[in-house]
Ligand binder design. Structure first.
Ligand code: GRF
Length: 196
C-alpha cells in the first residue's frame, strides 16, 4: 500500500509513521505534503528519504484552489491511503470524496468528546479523569468519522494543557502506527491501545 502523509507543523506523528513502515509492513510512504512551506516536518521527511511537497494555502485565493494544487501532487503520487498528521486545514467534501474511506486522521481527544481545537484545556476544565487520542476515518463532518482506535491517558490534578498535551502526544505516537498497520492490511476493526 502507498501512503501519503499530510502535515502542517513539526510532524512528530509523521516521523513515527515513517519509522513504522519498514520490513514486512504492508505499506510504504510515497509523499509527505504540507500546507505550510516552513513546516519542520518537511526537513525531517527529506532526511528520512521521503519525497515532500509544500503547497502554501496562503498562496491560494480560496480553499478550492489550494485543494486543486494538493490533489495534483497527491494524484501524481498515487496513494492508496492518506494520513493526516497534525494537518490543520479543513478539507472540503469534494476532496474527501476523492479519497473516500482512505483518509485517516489523529485527533488529540477521546472522540466524540471535544472535536475541534483546544481539546486538552476543555478536558481539564470539565474535570475529566482521562484525556487521549483518536484515529478515525475522515468524513465531511469535522472529527466525526468512524473510529479506528483510541488511546487513553490519565489527567492528573496538577495538569495544564501543556502537560496533558505531552502525555497525549506520547500515546499518539504509539496509536497511529498501530492503526495504520492494521488498516493497510484491510482490517477496519476498532482496536484501542491497552492502558499502559
Ligand atoms: C499535536 O497537537 C497532536 O496532538 C495533533 O497534531 C499536533 C501536532 O502533531 N495530532 P505533530 O507533532 O505535527 O504530529
Amino acid at each position: 500500500k502507498r501512503v501519503a502523509i499530510l502535515i502542517s507543523g513539526g510532524g512528530s506523528n509523521m516521523v513515527r509513521l515513517l519509522e513504522s513502515m519498514t520490513g514486512d509492513h504492508p505499506a510504504r510512504p510515497v509523499l509527505v505534503a504540507s500546507n505550510d512551506p516552513t513546516a519542520g516536518g518537511l526537513a525531517k521527511a527529506t532526511s528520512m528519504g521521503v519525497e515532500t511537497v509544500a503547497i502554501d494555502h496562503r498562496a491560494h485565493r480560496d480553499r478550492e484552489s489550494f485543494e486543486r494544487a494538493l490533489l495534483k501532487a497527491l494524484d501524481a503520487a498515487q496513494p492508496d491511503i492518506i494520513c493526516l498528521a497534525g494537518f490543520m486545514r479543513i478539507l472540503t467534501p469534494d476532496f474527501i470524496d476523492r479519497y473516500a474511506g482512505r483518509i485517516l486522521n489523529i485527533h488529540p481527544s477521546l472522540l466524540p468528546l471535544y472535536p475541534g481545537l483546544n481539546t486538552h484545556a476543555r478536558a481539564i476544565a470539565a474535570g475529566d479523569g482521562f484525556g487521549g487520542a483518536t484515529v478515525h476515518l475522515v468524513t465531511p463532518e469535522l472529527d466525526a468519522g468512524p473510529i479506528l482506535g483510541q488511546a487513553r491517558v490519565p489527567i492528573h490534578p496538577g495538569d495544564d494543557p501543556e502537560t496533558l498535551a505531552k502525555r497525549v502526544l506520547a500515546v499518539e505516537h504509539r496509536l497511529y502506527p498501530a492503526v495504520l498497520r492494521r488498516f493497510a492490511q484491510g482490517d477496519l476493526a476498532r482496536q484501542d491501545l491497552s492502558d499502559a
